[in-house]
Ligand binder design. Sequence first.
Ligand code: UT7
Length: 324
Amino acid sequence: MRRSVVAGVGHYLPQRIVTNADLAKQIDTSDEWIRERSGITQRHIAADGEFTSDLATNAARKALEAAGMGPDDVDLIVVATSTPDETFPASATVVQSKLGCANGSMGFDVQAVCSGFVYALATADNFIKAGQVNSALVIGAETFSRILDWEDRGTCVLFGDGAGAMVLKAEDGKGTSDDRGVLSTHLHSDGSLHDLLYVDGGPSSTGEVGYLRMEGREVFRHAVTKMSEVVVEALEATGLKADEVDWFVPHQANKRIIDGTARKLGVGADRVVVTIDKHANTSAASIPLALSVGVGDDRIQHGHLVLIEAMGGGLTWGSGIIRW
Ligand code: UT7
């Protein structure tokens, strides 16, 4: 059976750090409120003229380097983002050009907001499994700072900018859960929940980019339930048990959601990768960023079982199990 094996990961964060105290100077909030309600202490914000494709390209270069591969060694580029440089073309083609790929590879974007990386990973995995490509670069990249209403304290304190990337290569496995690579992915959406989390603009509606709007408390409620369900679905599909999971790497939206989901799953805090304190919620970038941090500090190692999950606007949600 063809498997999509992780060959390398990398991430990039913009240089500028904005702390909770910095925000408290501009809007009616406090370090204490943000820390207690979300677990966030700071976020990275892209510089003027620094675009999502720049963040994505920097993360991709690091992932390719970690994989010992060059830009012409990837057959497919999938970028998960809700904040592309332009309405079109796809960020993946911009990244393809910035990386200098000249091998006739293909690239496109996937739009599933905070679940974007899980959707992009599932897409790339299926292209590899189908035999259509032998390698893929999967990127989650966002400049959410550009779609925040900086006067809405209920949302602007929660998000940040960043990018994470993963290189996948086709390898033959036995078709068991001992194989290395992506073992399973599970995707869901429910468009009737649109009003809980959306951007109030777009090319076909207002002609303007718009700002993020969120019913925080309602999203929170759905997050713990849906993410717990989709994680159980992944374990059941692979016949694996929660205590076999080496690393739980959830979407980083809120420390309380992460703790609640891990508790429901029965995974101890020492097996959860948490980056929300330093990165805030970077939407589609949060999982690959956290994976890259976990690999970078030697927590995630060859052979480890890694469980990812996310929920975002749409609503969309999903999970995946990867043997590293
Ligand atoms: O990644 C996509 C998915 N997104 C999420 O998963 C986010 C899910 N939601 C959450 O993480 C939480 O609901 C929030 C962190 C957004 C909010 O936490 P909460 O405990 O649900 O607070 P709340 O919205 O119920 O607000 C409580 C109070 C309100 O004041 P009153 O009405 O009780 O007087 C808000 O006005 O906190 C107030 N408040 C703030 N106070 C200081 C809201 N934002 C702020 C702020 N600073 N930044």
